[in-house]
Structures are given as structure tokens and as C-alpha cells.
Ligand binder design. Structure first.
Ligand code: SAH
Length: 383
């Protein structure tokens, strides 16, 4: 059995690893905070709004294009408000350009990834909340290397803003040019970086120039199930979608697949999910990676069906994306179909997630910043 990982639910708690955070950026602050900062720099407060409009409203980050700012203060304002946080190392595309993965190097050399997925009616970006992850789920590539550090609020937001700019450039053929959905399903456990993730959500949903102006219900926070943090999230005045990575309906197996289950059991984590649903009115998404001969038995489908029947829940089955060296494989399609059938017979709404980005290692659980190990992410097609 895997040992219990250390869980710094509050990154600022004693014992949480202190790591080199990046320079402050305007997306770390709300508009009032930006005005105060600009005033300290000896500029009129309204310049904060001007720079924010460029960044969030027009998706412009090059000071040379900010011609409404006096030339003398442009560079200085940009240095202070828009330091470069994400250095693109590589961008890969697949699915005829509809899926694009970006690998970024952060100021301290850490690597993180984000994925953009274009659909006929929307564009979704999948963003990272930590460099690495401390949750140690054995089937997830990110979990294997452990946690490097929490991302700052602006490092989280900037992934979405940057990819909103990519979307706006029109390169995602067959999709609207506007980013509409954000999922916290990249690297890291978002609720283990709670304060920064909630601040990032506030920036994503605030209308421009304060933020990106996305709809709250178009934002999904995915968690292994840190129960106190789920309760805390329910008490924020946000109604984002909660996704719970369940992966097993019984404690014996979930203790192994999602080691944090050794601390908060299936019944506790589901109770927290139902409390979240009751408080926000939002249907909870139950994530379940289908792993051949591990969690895909008909009896587990029936048990899951009994746990979820009558609840405000939707099951999202994810065909396992095997990670390098993994002893596990995806369930065969007939097994998957039977699992779906049993859940639906129990009255539980269920869908199977499409596996976007597999050939660029950009699918769920594959984000591992391969640059680190020198492997070429495009070289190992798993499609
Ligand atoms: N830490 C968060 C968010 C990141 S992972 C969480 O665990 O929810 C986003 C989703 O991908 C989670 O449901 C995760 O369990 C799933 N996932 C991880 N590795 C996977 C893999 N190899 N195949 C399929 N899904 C995987």
C-alpha cells in the first residue's frame, strides 16, 4: 500500500514547502490592488485599468502595442505589472490543430503544461495549479515526480490568458475564437494550493478589465477530494463546477488509487461533494478512470450506481491513458460499455470522455513535463 502523502492543504501553513515564487504580476491583484501599486509607482491610478484592459480585455502583453500609455512609462509599467511568467518551451498540436499543448518554463526552471481543446461550440483550456503534484496517484504521470511548488495566482491565470490569445488568433480551425471554458485538470492538486487557485478563479470570472470575464459555471475545479477544502470552496460565493476524482467506489481500492483516501474515506468525500452540490446547486462531476481488471468490474459499477443514485451527480468515465512504465491499461470497450449500462440502469447520468491529445501526451494524467527527462513527448504515440 502506498504511504500517506504529506498534504499541505494550506500552502502557507507551517511545514508547507517554501519555494521560490515568481515576481508579482497584475493578475495576482484585484483591480483595487493594481491601482494602489500603480499609485506607489508615481503613476495615476487609472493606468492600472489601462494596462489591465490590454492584458485581460485585448489579450495584449507587448508594451510597444500599448499606445494609449505615455511612451515614457510604458516599459516601467509593463516591467512592474506584466513580468514574463511563462516562457514557452514548446507547443504541440494534434487532432488537426484542435488540440494544442503548451510546455512552459517558469522563472525558477520548473516546467508546467497547459492544453487547449477546440470544439465546434467552445474552446476549453486545461490548466495547471502546481508544478508537479504531491498526491501520488499511481496511475497519473504528474503524480510520479512529486510536488515541486505551488504556482502563483498569476502563473495560473496567465496560462488561460495566453491560450485565450492563441484562440483569438483564429488558429483553432472549426472553433469559435473565444476561450469559454477552463478546467483545473492539468498538473497539480488545485485544492492543495487553495488561496491562489480561488484568487485565480476570481480573476478568470471578473469582467474585463479586472479579469477575463468567463462564466463561473464554465470553470471546473478537479480534486482528489481534500474534504475540508471542498467545504471551504462551497462557502465561497462562487458556483464553479466541482469534479471529484473518485476512481473507485470502495475504500480498499481507492486507498491505493487515490492515496489521500487513507485520510478521507469514500463516504466522507462523497458527503462533502453532496454538500457542495446543495450549497451551489451545481451538479458534481464524478471522474472515474477505467483501468482494466482494476476498477472496471460490474460489481463496482453497481456499487457506484448505488452511491450516486438520486444525487446531483454526473459520471465522467475516462479511458485510462497508460503512463510510461505503468502496469495498468485501459479497460476494453465492451467492459466500458457494460459499466456505462449499469450506471445508467441505476439512474446515474454517465458519459465517456473523449481522449483528446493522447498522441502529444496531452491527455488526462499524461502531463509530466517531459522536457525534464529529455524524452520527446511527440515521439511516443499512445493513440
Ligand atoms: N489533482 C486533480 C486534478 C488533476 S488530474 C485531480 O486529481 O482531480 C485531472 C483528472 O485526470 C483526474 O480525474 C485524474 O484522476 C485523471 N487522471 C490522472 N491520470 C490519468 C490517466 N493516466 N488516465 C486517465 N485519467 C487520469
Amino acid at each position: 500500500m502506498t504511504s500517506l502523502p504529506l498534504i499541505p492543504v494550506d500552502p502557507d501553513a507551517p511545514g508547507a514547502r517554501r519555494a521560490a515564487m515568481p515576481p508579482q504580476h497584475l493578475a495576482d491583484l484585484d483591480l483595487a490592488g493594481r491601482k494602489a501599486l500603480v499609485t506607489e509607482l508615481g503613476e495615476p491610478a487609472f493606468r492600472a485599468g489601462q494596462v489591465s484592459t490590454h492584458y485581460f480585455g485585448r489579450l495584449v502583453r507587448d508594451p510597444a502595442l500599448m499606445t494609449d500609455l505615455p511612451a515614457a512609462s510604458r516599459e516601467r509599467l509593463a516591467d512592474q505589472l506584466l513580468p514574463r511568467l511563462l516562457n514557452p518551451v514548446r507547443e504541440l498540436a494534434c487532432d488537426e490543430g484542435a488540440t494544442r499543448k503548451a510546455l512552459w518554463r517558469l522563472h525558477d526552471g520548473s516546467l508546467v503544461e497547459s492544453v487547449l481543446m477546440g470544439y465546434p461550440d467552445r474552446i476549453t483550456v486545461c490548466i495547471s495549479s502546481q508544478a508537479g503534484c504531491g498526491m501520488a496517484c499511481p496511475f497519473c504521470a504528474t503524480g510520479q515526480a512529486g510536488l515541486t511548488r505551488n504556482l502563483s495566482t498569476a502563473e495560473i491565470v496567465d496560462q488561460a490568458v495566453y491560450l485565450a490569445g492563441v484562440a483569438a488568433s483564429g488558429v483553432v480551425a472549426g472553433s469559435p475564437p473565444r476561450l469559454s471554458h477552463v478546467v483545473f485538470m492539468g498538473m497539480g492538486e488545485p485544492l492543495a494550493n487553495y488561496n491562489r487557485v480561488v484568487a485565480a478563479i476570481r480573476r478568470l470570472v471578473a469582467p474585463a478589465p479586472e479579469g477575463l470575464g468567463l462564466s463561473q459555471r464554465h470553470i471546473t475545479v478537479s480534486t482528489v477530494g481534500l474534504v475540508p477544502a471542498i467545504h471551504r470552496l462551497a462557502s465561497e460565493d462562487l458556483s464553479v463546477t466541482l469534479a471529484l476524482s473518485l476512481h473507485a467506489p470502495d475504500d480498499e481500492l481507492r486507498d491505493e488509487l487515490v492515496p489521500v483516501n487513507q485520510r478521507w474515506k469514500v463516504s466522507e468525500v462523497l458527503d462533502a461533494a453532496w454538500a457542495y452540490a446543495a450549497r451551489t446547486g451545481r451538479r458534481v462531476s464524478i471522474e472515474y478512470a477505467m483501468i482494466k481488471d482494476v476498477n472496471d468490474q460490474p460489481w463496482r459499477a453497481d456499487l457506484l450506481g448505488r452511491l450516486l443514485a438520486g444525487k446531483l451527480a454526473h459520471v465522467n468515465l475516462i479511458p485510462l491513458n497508460p503512463t510510461p512504465g505503468s502496469r495498468w491499461d485501459a479497460s476494453p470497450k465492451p467492459v466500458e460499455r457494460e459499466f456505462v449500462r449499469r450506471l445508467r440502469d441505476a439512474g446515474v447520468s454517465t458519459t465517456v470522455r473523449d481522449t483528446r491529445g493522447r498522441e502529444i501526451d496531452g491527455a488526462c494524467g499524461q502531463l509530466a513535463a517531459a522536457e525534464d527527462t529529455g524524452t520527446d513527448p511527440a515521439g511516443e504515440s499512445s493513440a
